[in-house]
Ligand binder design. Structure first.
Ligand code: AMP
Ligand code: TRP
Length: 380
């Protein structure tokens, strides 16, 4: 079975190369290049097991896009190790998370025969393009990114010395969104499935695409297409303990998030203790009842219904009865992926083969972009 996988992978790499060449040479010749389908790209950091927010806000959409893709669409999914080291990581834990994240992506249904799945840090085209983009990105733009401002605020809170300023933060945190733009544009991706927190980073990627085209591309042709953010309906899943903030990997309270690897009893306990309110009955009111609204969003995503439809259906349920319905749905949602993850994480040789093939295919695709970029910039 594995040999067959390898053959398909090699065939796909060849097809990608042929398609890319055809597309790029048509464009270089000044022809209106026939755009062949979407190029979907997304990434996730290998920093711990994904939670329900990652799954509903991004990963489930990756699988949906893959399964609904037309034959011409290309799908590229990356585990972004270089982004992860913008915050301190323990080497052994990072390495384990890197492989666990690959096992997770396969466990939820990313098919390495159909999609390119790889470790970002296995393809140097990303850092090379990031450097070139760094040289055209105004620092002021990066300082206005909400993620940077949040880091600055965190560091102020963590340090009693009120004099602390950005000189204490590393440069990687500031240029993080430039590397993200390079991830996307190295493949000249057109669609990027992400959660709502990434919208501003996507805007920067669009601006850098325009800026590069205007600055370096003869005739200001659209060499880099401005990528579109593809946001899921459950774009912001909230913390179970504080439904005014998003569910996040970094919260110290592990009861605030449901992990893809949680057992049914852990899921039950986390949802039972989810913060709601004392109003009787179920209504969808994100402003006044954020906890219940969040659970409605989660249940809606599990069942393919809108939160308002569900609120009508369950109007007379108590909070406890409603929580138990959400618990059943989340347990069902994660049952298959959890079992598959436990199986795959022990198949290290297989994971290494998938990562190697993925990186080779990613390099074929992006090296062609970088070859042209170097020409435009004068580095040849
Ligand atoms: P990260 O874990 O930060 O690498 O995020 C991976 C993906 O999950 C990104 O597309 C995020 O936008 C998405 N994401 C993270 N947290 C949430 C959340 N609470 N709700 C919805 N999407 C999320
Ligand atoms: N910044 C994203 C996050 O924190 C991860 C990421 C890195 C990404 N490169 C990307 C997402 C490219 C989409 C496309 O979630």
């Amino acid at each position: 079975m594995f040999l067959a996988t390898k053959r398909v992978v090699q065939c796909n790499a060849l097809c990608v190369r042929q398609l890319t060449r055809r597309y790029l040479s048509a464009e270089a010749a000044g022809n209106e290049a026939p755009r062949r389908g979407k190029i979907v790209f997304s990434g996730i950091q290998p920093t711990g097991v994904p939670h329900l927010g990652n799954y509903l806000g991004a990963l489930s959409n990756w699988v949906k896009l893959q399964n609904e893709a037309s034959a011409e669409d290309q799908l590229i999914f990356s585990i972004v190790g270089w982004h992860a080291i913008t915050l301190p990581q323990k080497a052994k834990e990072l390495s384990a998370s890197r492989w666990d994240m690959l096992a997770t992506l396969l466990a939820i249904g990313i098919d390495p025969k159909r999609s390119i799945v790889f470790h970002q840090d296995d393809n140097r085209c990303h850092t090379e393009l990031a450097w070139i983009f760094n040289c055209i990105t105004p620092v002021g733009k990066l300082r206005r990114m909400t993620t940077w401002k949040a880091r600055l605020a965190d560091s102020r809170n963590a340090n009693s010395a009120s004099e602390i300023d950005e000189s204490m933060l590393n440069a990687g945190l500031l240029t993080y969104p430039v590397l993200q733009a390079a991830d996307i544009l190295a493949y000249r991706a057109t669609h990027v499935p992400v959660g709502e927190d990434q919208v501003q980073h996507l805007e920067l990627s669009r601006e850098l695409a325009h800026l590069f085209n205007r600055t370096f591309v003869p005739g200001k042709k659209r060499f880099f297409p401005p990528p579109i953010a593809d946001i899921t309906p459950s774009k912001r899943v909230l913390s179970l303990r504080d439904p005014t903030s998003k569910m996040s990997k970094s919260s110290p309270d592990i009861q605030s998030r449901i992990l893809l690897t949680d057992s049914p009893s852990q899921i039950t306990s986390k949802l039972r203790s989810a913060v709601t309110d004392s109003t009787i009955g179920i209504t969808y009111d994100p402003i006044n009842r954020p906890g219940i609204a969040n659970l409605l969003t989660i249940l809606g995503a599990c069942l393919g219904k809108t939160p308002s439809e569900l609120a009508e259906e369950y109007a007379n349920k108590s909070n406890a009865e409603f929580k138990s319905l959400v618990t059943d749905a989340v347990q069902d949602l994660f049952r298959g992926p959890r079992t598959e993850f436990e199986r795959l994480r022990n198949e290290r040789a297989y994971l290494e083969e998938v990562a190697k093939d993925g990186a080779e295919r990613a390099r074929v695709h992006s090296e062609e972009t970088l070859r042209q970029v170097r020409q435009f910039v004068g580095l040849y």
